[in-house]
Design a protein around this ligand. Structure first.
Ligand code: URP
Ligand code: ZN
Ligand code: ZN
Length: 477
């Protein structure tokens, strides 16, 4: 038998082990792992290199419709090209329900936006901003059964936030259908009050964005979300966790046996609130929510990554161009922080930053890197074992890493459509050399070899077992 491709002499890294093997690929899937595998139509020599599962970025915003005249810089083409260059082979962005809109209409619109563009595989999360009776009773259960098995809800942002009562209702649907709810946990009313106080004091420069959302705002939201998850008895995943106090809440909940999962992002490891204090309007480049914190929070987040508090590491790629009236300067150079769209780009730099700062600096081991960036996201969102691991039968989505390559991150190097990177000038060691999606090379030494539209849409399995409504479990009468 002749394989399509054999990657030879690899040091294979999975979430469990690191071992020497060849990897055989046929028909886009891994068909054998072993030593001295037989002939192939194409041989790739990976001697001296790690071969890891392709990254899965389960928190990124691509071509998401925005209000107020702002637009995201990346669509499914530029976003996926950028992701692939950074070693990511699956993305899961958000089909966002606008208030008054049906969720199905949002999903259909999002499929139209993606059509013929992705160069890597993709699935959709939903964002639920208007959980009407019809959405909860009909739309959500039907969409979950069709493969949209995770949805994000917001505790803040005027046009997106849900009340606690609405959150509970959404959690109850997730419980009944076996879906996973992702929670943006910040206390909206505290943010509003703090913002008004800052405005009265004339403190509206980008730096004060961080002051409007201090640690306690995230801590309280996190605790409240945990409480609602406990009451409804359904797992949740807290997204983009930034602060030491939120980490403490999550650790506490996990210690009590609650099924609380958590995600963090590169911006909370290598940026601080001081970045928002850059000269002029430059600090706007770093405005995101929650905001970057301080060294103590960075330390707490690293500790959480190393000790299993965090299940996933995503980019939260929310790319707004800086020098652009549809981006960070929507309301002009020097606009108050309240008028600056929230978010930073990071799809392409996610894996190199964690590899360099985490694995190469000894803060996490290689298995933890793989777990955080590929295996756990695949498991949590119903894509495993098709995605997220290197095993016989899994899609041949993999990255050959050059772990000794020194790279200085500059925006010119990147492939997103943003005009800046918050990591400009940062030096990293370790960069993807070759990226394969379903057995096809998509990036070869920095050169794109994939065609637009080559990525497949993925329906997600239900990530958690469905449960009967509270009070109707067997034995609960
Ligand atoms: O500031 C951020 N994180 N913007 C993106 C939207 C979100 O809340 O994840
Ligand atoms: Zn969010
Ligand atoms: Zn986000």
């Amino acid at each position: 038998m002749v394989f399509d491709t054999v990657i030879r002499n690899a040091t294979v890294g999975t979430a469990a082990d690191v071992f020497a093997a060849d990897i055989a690929i046929s028909g886009g899937v891994i068909t054998a792992l072993g030593r001295s595998l037989g002939p192939a139509r194409r041989d790739i020599d990976a001697a001296g290199r790690y071969v890891l599962p392709g990254g899965i970025d389960t928190h990124c915003h691509l071509d998401q419709p925005m209000r107020g005249g702002v637009t995201l810089a990346d669509d499914f083409l530029s976003g996926c090209i950028s992701a692939a260059h950074g070693g990511t082979t699956t993305v899961v962005p958000f089909a966002c329900q606008l208030q008054g809109q049906s969720v199905r209409a949002a999903v259909e619109d999002y499929h139209r936006r993606a059509k013929d563009k992705p160069v890597i595989d993709y699935a959709f999360h939903l964002i639920i901003s208007d959980p009407t009776e019809r959405v909860l009773r009909d739309e959500l259960p039907a969409l979950i059964r069709e493969g949209y098995t995770s949805f994000k809800i917001y505790m803040t942002y005027e046009t997106l936030r849900l009340s606690d009562r609405q959150i509970i209702a959404v959690l109850a649907v997730a419980r009944g259908e076996g879906a996973l709810v992702m929670v943006h946990a910040e206390n909206a009313d505290c943010i509003t009050w703090l913002t008004e106080e800052l405005e009265k004091a004339g403190r509206t420069a980008p730096y004060y964005h961080a002051a409007s959302r201090p640690l306690a705002v995230e801590r309280e939201g996190t605790h409240r979300a945990i409480t609602m998850s406990e009451i409804v008895d359904v797992p949740i995943l807290l997204v983009h966790v930034s602060g030491a106090e939120a980490v403490e809440q999550i650790r506490w909940a996990q210690g009590r046996g609650l099924r609380i999962f958590a995600e963090t992002c590169p911006q909370y490891l290598v940026l601080t609130a001081e970045h928002l204090d850059a000269p002029g309007f430059e600090g706007a480049k770093f405005i995101c929510s929650p905001p970057p914190r301080d060294a103590a929070s960075q330390e707490a987040v690293w500790n959480g990554l190393a000790t299993g508090v965090f299940a996933t590491f995503s980019s939260d790629h929310a790319p707004f161009r800086f020098d652009d009236p549809a981006g960070k300067k929507r309301h002009g150079d020097g606009a108050p922080f309240t008028k600056v769209p929230n978010g930073v780009p990071g799809l392409e730099t996610r894996l190199p930053i964690l590899f360099s700062e985490g694995v190469n600096k000894g803060r996490i081991d290689l298995a933890t890197f793989v777990a955080l960036t590929a295996t756990n996201p695949a498991k949590l969102y119903g894509l495993y074992p098709r995605k997220g691991t290197l095993a016989v039968g899994s899609d041949a989505d993999l990255v050959i890493w050059d772990s000794d390559r020194d790279v200085t991150i500059t925006n010119d190097l990147l492939h997103h459509n943003c005009d800046y990177t918050p990591y400009e000038g940062m030096r990293v060691r370790g960069w993807p050399a070759l990226v394969l999606s379903r057995g096809e090379v998509v990036v070869d030494e920095g050169k794109l070899t994939a065609e637009p539209g080559q990525g497949h849409f993925l329906k997600c399995e239900r990530p958690v077992p469905a449960k009967p409504p509270k009070g109707m479990e067997p034995g609960s009468e």
